[in-house]
Write a protein that binds this ligand. Sequence first.
Ligand SMILES: Cc1ncc(C[n+]2csc(CCOP(=O)(O)OP(=O)(O)O)c2C)c(N)n1
Ligand SMILES: [Mg+2]
Length: 393
Amino acid sequence: MDFPGGKVAFTPEMSFISESPEERAHCYRVLDEDGQPLAHSSFIQVSKEVAVRMYTEMVTLQTMDNIFYEAQRQGRISFYVTSIGEEAINIASAAALRFDDLVFPQYREPGVLLWRGFTLQEFANQCFGNRDDYGKGRQMPIHYGSNKLNYFTVSSTIATQIPHAVGAAYSLKMDKKDACVVTYFGDGGTSEGDFHAAINFAAVREAPVIFICRNNGWAISTPTSDQFRSDGIVVRGQAYGVRSIRVDGNDALAMYSSVQAARVMAIGEQRPILIEALTYRAGHHSTSDDSTKYRPANEIEWWRTARDPVSRLRKWIESNGWWSEEAESELRSNVRKQLLHAIQVAEKVEKPPISDLFTDVYDVPPSNLREQEMVLRETIKRYPQEYPGDVPV
Ligand SMILES: Cc1ncc(C[n+]2csc(CCOP(=O)(O)OP(=O)(O)O)c2C)c(N)n1
Ligand SMILES: [Mg+2]
């Protein structure tokens, strides 16, 4: 042993390791911009059934985003975040996983939940914060979660889910489970210490976790050039001793294949895998943001049209003879109808009662919490016009 950590070759040359590679890490892609497979592309075959279902769910996600976004603009819900431009990352990664795999999302991955069977009504109930919302209306819209579907509740606090994911993966390892953990985060998430601590812990403990970074170029108004000087995220995997791949996040087939391959390695070899999915946040950050203030409108438009992952997959299924114009219009009008219905229903369901604000943290509420509840009730009684009338007191 030359040094702790193993043998290292000596050199008389004083050469510093360059801060940047001569060539950027390549990006794995299966379909070209026109939805045609690249020559010699290696990918896991997708059946007609899976391909059509992936496309259907991508269109559903896109439509849900458009309708909920409008609902926010109409003042019917308080906030919303779209996944526009990232439908392939959402749906194709979900399709490549198994139900027992645990998901720790950031917030731009509702498609994973959709794929697992969360209904449009359940999405609407959460966004409207009504009595049927599993979070009992205590979180802002888009903070979905489902115990039943192995989808941990969204936390807006950037990157907190990444160490949680690694801890959960380590427990799957100890229990010798045939499952892995998948955690999603943005490029901005990798600027948090939590990302670095978590990926290092996963490497050292050999935890079966797949890190999926959605590198969409922006963290609200902060471009990636203000966040890191490395060649994106993928190169950091090797620095931590984690096998990694860079993938075209707007190519559903590339996402599907790489996540499925990552899953086999994560579980079979008991190791973490990092996937950097290159994409672009084609919507505003959230309904509280106007991204034309910090990036050119024609750039957004180009990604929304020429690089749209949904139409790219459509071209591929069409060229296989698996899809038609009639199927398309029927799907779009059906999904739209279901969504409008879900919103109407969610809006009519009563809000959770005030008492729900104070439950579920302590088994026996401490005195300061009981006092707060009393003060709140007295204040509502004194100034009823300042409080929503539809919340049962
Ligand atoms: C710890 C923490 N810091 C700051 C914020 C404010 N914030 C919310 S979203 C966001 C950007 C995250 O960007 P990224 O991880 O790239 O995800 P994207 O929105 O691009 O999908 C920031 C800074 C936060 N929610 N939590
Ligand atoms: Mg981002």
